[in-house]
Ligand binder design. Structure first.
Ligand SMILES: Nc1ccn([C@H]2C[C@H](O)[C@@H](COP(=O)(O)OP(=O)(O)OP(=O)(O)O)O2)c(=O)n1
Length: 170
């Protein structure tokens, strides 16, 4: 489903489950308590992104943003990496001292949710520009990496376990 402001009815395990879904995943009201636990999102009603913009769209928009400002002179790989890590720190600050946070961030204010959206966007923007400047075709690279992850963690072997692959003896 799209991340829109509509209210929708989802069916899971034959039961009707009503919840509202907003841009930025802002609404958690109406979610059953079990869906607010870690990993509790049922696949039938899982939060999804809008299809646009793509990674390439964002890479291009950021390239235009930096070109217009003559900022490429500052945007070498190491600087972009440091900028990205700084933004990851800003995301961490929003979660700091809150204890565990349930999916959908049910107790967060709209302002806090928007701040999180900004900081996550900063991380993504710098990540994509870092990949560009390192000549990593990230959309394709992520497909290759996920294929490797599936081989390393066969569902039949690791289902329900969070152990690292090095901990399995077979
Ligand atoms: N040299 C720069 C500076 C900024 N940006 C863009 C990418 C990020 O999305 C955002 C980062 O801006 P700030 O460094 O001002 O960081 P914040 O937006 O997080 O502001 P603050 O640190 O006040 O929270 O702007 C950029 O591409 N190159």
């Amino acid at each position: 489903m799209m991340a829109t402001n509509e209210t929708e009815v989802c069916t899971r395990n034959g039961d009707e489950e009503k919840h509202s879904s907003k841009v930025n995943g802002a609404a958690a009201e109406g979610l059953s308590p079990s869906r607010l636990q870690n990993g509790g999102a049922g696949t039938a009603s899982r939060f999804t992104f809008s299809p646009q913009p793509t990674m390439e769209d964002i890479r291009r928009m950021q390239a235009e943003f930096t070109d217009e400002r003559d900022w490429n002179q500052f945007h070498q790989p190491r600087n972009l990496l440091l900028a990205m890590v700084g933004e990851v720190g800003e995301v961490s600050e929003l979660f700091q001292w809150r204890g565990e946070v349930a999916e959908g961030l049910p107790n967060w204010t709209e302002a806090e949710r928007e701040q999180l959206a900004h900081e996550l966007s900063d991380v993504l923007i710098y990540l994509l520009e870092l990949a560009e400047k390192c000549h990593v075709d990230l959309p394709q690279a992520v497909l290759r990496k996920m294929a490797l992850n599936r081989l390393k963690y066969p569902a039949s072997k690791v289902h329900g376990s969070a152990k690292k692959y090095t901990e399995y003896q077979d």
